[in-house]
Design a protein around this ligand. Structure first.
Ligand code: SAM
Length: 234
């Protein structure tokens, strides 16, 4: 899978790939990362990429010309590129999007800065738009990285143990049961005793009960989906 980050600030993105799982995935040639700086496509004398908002309003907006030219050159190079714009006003990114996007061959993330991107660019080039939550960031780079990370771990071979994917939270309506590591007792607190007895069917039932409790506490709307699904299965 190839990821292209369309950004004015590629250094904000680069560091993330210099360690851990995604670094190894790049070394194994499962992922490749490149960058496209709209400023390099600016036709203005001083390589300007933004201007005041037409019709008034605070702050600067990213001009269409550098982005049109940058994205045209990207599409010319690879007509299959799937272009995603990051914007707080879009639908929220979810786990099923991560799984679906992991099947693409090339994704480009377009990061806005300042007050955002001229809407004409989004209208013309976006295959999809995503928000990563109901809050405002200074730019789209972090949001691009969040999506890139989450998509990457769904690409075959990226995670050492792909079994871990199937039991994670958001694979089903239930959140994952609490996890414990060694030692069995730490700071006078033991892991749940049932986990220690080796009876796998009892451990599975306890984990299910704990998953339900956790979901009820943190995400009650998800528990409703789970109970509806259970009653359908009966
Ligand atoms: N003026 C815009 C608004 O109120 O909707 C916010 C612009 S924000 C300061 C600049 C850029 O950061 C956006 O163009 C977008 O690329 C990115 N961004 C900010 N918050 C985001 C979020 N929650 N999800 C995805 N991208 C976000």
């Amino acid at each position: 899978m190839r990821f292209t980050f369309v950004t004015l600030f590629e250094n904000l993105v680069k560091g993330y790939f210099q360690d851990s799982i995604l670094k190894r995935a790049i070394e194994k040639k499962l992922l490749s990362i490149d960058y496209l700086d709209p400023r390099e496509y600016s036709s203005s004398k001083h390589k300007k990429v933004d201007d005041t908002a037409v019709g008034g309003g605070a702050g600067m907006v990213m001009n269409p010309q550098p982005l049109y030219d940058a994205l045209d050159s990207l599409k010319k190079e690879d007509e299959d590129v799937h272009i995603i714009f990051l914007t707080p006003v879009a639908k929220p990114f979810r786990q099923n999007d991560a799984k679906r996007l992991a099947k693409k061959s090339h994704i480009a993330f377009v990061s806005g800065r300042y007050e955002g991107i001229d809407e004409r660019v989004i209208e013309k080039y976006a295959d999809e738009v995503f928000s990563i939550g109901d809050y405002i960031l200074t730019g789209g780079e972090l949001a691009s990285l969040v999506i890139c990370d989450s998509v990457s771990r769904n690409i075959e071979g990226v995670l050492g143990n792909s079994d871990s994917l199937s039991v994670e939270s958001f694979e089903t309506p239930l959140l994952e049961a609490p996890s414990f590591s060694k030692p069995k007792v730490y700071d006078d607190t033991s892991v749940p005793s049932e986990y220690l007895k080796g009876n796998h069917s009892k451990i599975r039932s306890l984990k299910l009960a704990l998953s339900e409790c956790k979901t009820k506490f943190f995400r009650p709307e998800q528990l409703l989906k789970h109970t509806t699904r259970k009653s359908y299965e009966k």
